[in-house]
Design a protein around this ligand. Structure first.
Ligand code: GUN
Length: 295
């Protein structure tokens, strides 16, 4: 049986339309236009392209976007000073420092400088700490893992008692995704480069979240029949048959795995559009906090 395809593009478009309506409502009721500030350091082409996509999505949803750029050798204090200025700027309700930062910069210090109330990436150590703790709620949930959870909900997944396997332990995706799954009472295994018998661990999963950054690593015989597979990977691979000479693939061997899984996200067209939709949602939330006097 072929898996149900979880259409992230369509789900994200619906969410973006709902957010755009709420943005209009906020402007007419409170005279406040939600605003997102992006901070990009260096010339990483992938980061430049992600930031451009985020800014464009903001504009389409009626959210103001303020782009800030630094050269790759920007000193720590200049980046932190900008973040502090943005914290104090009433037009800015969300601050996004695009990662990775150049190696000479202290990422933790910069992310810690972001106001908790504008931390739309959810990367502030306090937000991550709250996400990790029982009975605590972060002000913002990191966008990609949040998008993963929404896709799982849309697919009608039963979280309670499910075996969930997260492939990858990054700060941005794997670890927060594992925490969100635990909050929903799934039993979670986090796999990584030192895991013994990766295929065997994956085969136990009712919910499999792949976030390792290895093109098409998850094969059909790694997947339990009927499992729900969420592919966070986005990898550029050479493809002489494509007119561009390359194409994008996920961490999952989609064509083979869709014959085994119960439901699966494509990549592109799955998690990627959801990350941006969740960023817009978090920026709107930042503006709501400001209107409520908590910004
Ligand atoms: N780099 C890769 N993903 C992300 C993200 O979601 N937010 C930021 N700020 N940087 C990233």
């Amino acid at each position: 049986m072929t898996a149900t395809i979880i259409d992230g593009t369509a789900i994200a478009a619906r969410l973006r339309a709902e957010i755009a309506d709420k943005v209009k409502q906020m402007e007419s009721e409170h005279g406040v236009r939600p605003g997102l500030a992006t901070v990009l350091v260096g010339e990483n082409p992938a980061s430049q392209s992600y930031v451009r996509m985020k800014q464009k999505a903001c504009e389409k949803a009626g959210i103001a976007s303020f782009g800030h750029r630094f050269p790759a050798d920007a000193p720590q204090d200049e980046v932190e000073t900008l973040v502090k200025e943005l914290n104090a700027d009433p037009q800015v309700h969300g601050i996004l420092v695009q990662l990775p930062l150049p190696k000479h910069l202290d990422e933790e210090a910069i992310l810690s400088a972001v106001s908790l109330h504008k931390d739309v990436d959810g990367f502030h150590p306090v937000n991550i700490g709250r996400l990790a703790m029982k009975g605590r709620d972060p002000l913002f949930i990191p966008c990609t893992p949040h998008g993963v959870m929404v896709l799982l909900e849309e697919a009608g997944v039963e979280f309670e008692g499910a075996q969930a396997v997260v492939l990858g332990r990054s700060n941005i995706v794997g670890m927060p995704a594992a925490m969100l799954l635990i909050h929903r009472n799934a039993t979670v295994t986090v796999c990584h480069s030192r895991t013994k018998d990766l295929p065997g661990e994956c085969r136990k999963a009712d919910i499999l979240v792949a976030a390792v950054g290895h093109p098409q690593m998850v094969k059909a015989d790694w997947v339990k029949p009927g499992a729900v597979v969420i592919d966070v990977g986005s990898n550029k691979v050479d493809d002489p048959t494509d007119e561009r000479g390359y194409r994008w693939v996920g961490d999952v061997d989609f064509e083979a795995v869709k014959e085994v899984a119960g439901a699966i996200t494509p990549s592109p067209g799955g998690v990627g559009p959801m990350t941006i939709a969740m960023l817009l949602k978090n920026t709107l939330r930042g503006a709501e906090l400001a209107v409520a006097g908590q910004g």
